[in-house]
Design a protein. Sequence first.
Length: 271
Amino acid sequence: MAKQAKLYQLEGIILGRRDHGEADRVIICLTSEGRTDLLAKGARKPQSRKAGHLEQFARTKMLVSRVSGSWDIVSQAEAVTLRPALQEDFQRGTYARYVAELVVRFFEREADKQLYELLDLTLGKLEVDEAPELVVRWYEQRLLLLAGFRPQWHSCVGDRAGDLCDAELSPRSSDSRSYGLDPERGGALCADCYAALGQEPGVRLLSPSALSWLQALQRREYEELKEFTLPDRTAQELVHAMQHYIAHHLEYRPASLRIASRGDLTGNRDY
């Protein structure tokens, strides 16, 4: 069997970093082939040439030394995209940390080109887009699809007496009854199923406006969504609905999930 090259080239997005020893950093990196941890020796020294190219959220080309039984070592690094706005703007940076953490939590080592491109696109939009919160809501729907947890927003996931409801969901602003969100069953409930199942643990109310937006976020491209105005009240409901859904499927509440909510960023800490 041919030996693997000791040196290899890698391009990846820096998801996170942590200090190691007195002057080194461990870099958590997403590539188009998977997630990997790398050691950047001396990266915390003021004179380090690599440090500025290994900032969180940067897309960086690296020359890496293969090490048996330990982290591979970053020998050289050159940033392709640094994304300074995500370092300097608190709100955009908070959303970016949330976006990166979801990748870490939903994907262990496995990943593919679709995930890599989604993350790269999302971070780019977060840096410049006028509606970073909408970017995050759009990203959540696509990440859940890639992770195998795609919510069903277009037909009812309720079941009663052993029969799946499967009613088509067509929410309208004139609807007088609420829909429901059921993470355990994997999506939305029609008004009748919500009335029947609403007292079960984990089931919560979902307004017609929120359900309509969830359907659009799942099916429409981001540039299409920008043409519509997301009402503040609906935006707040979407934050909490997706927090609830994601935390259920992760069986863990990401550290960045709470602070990434609209309420925390605007000073409302009721949730």
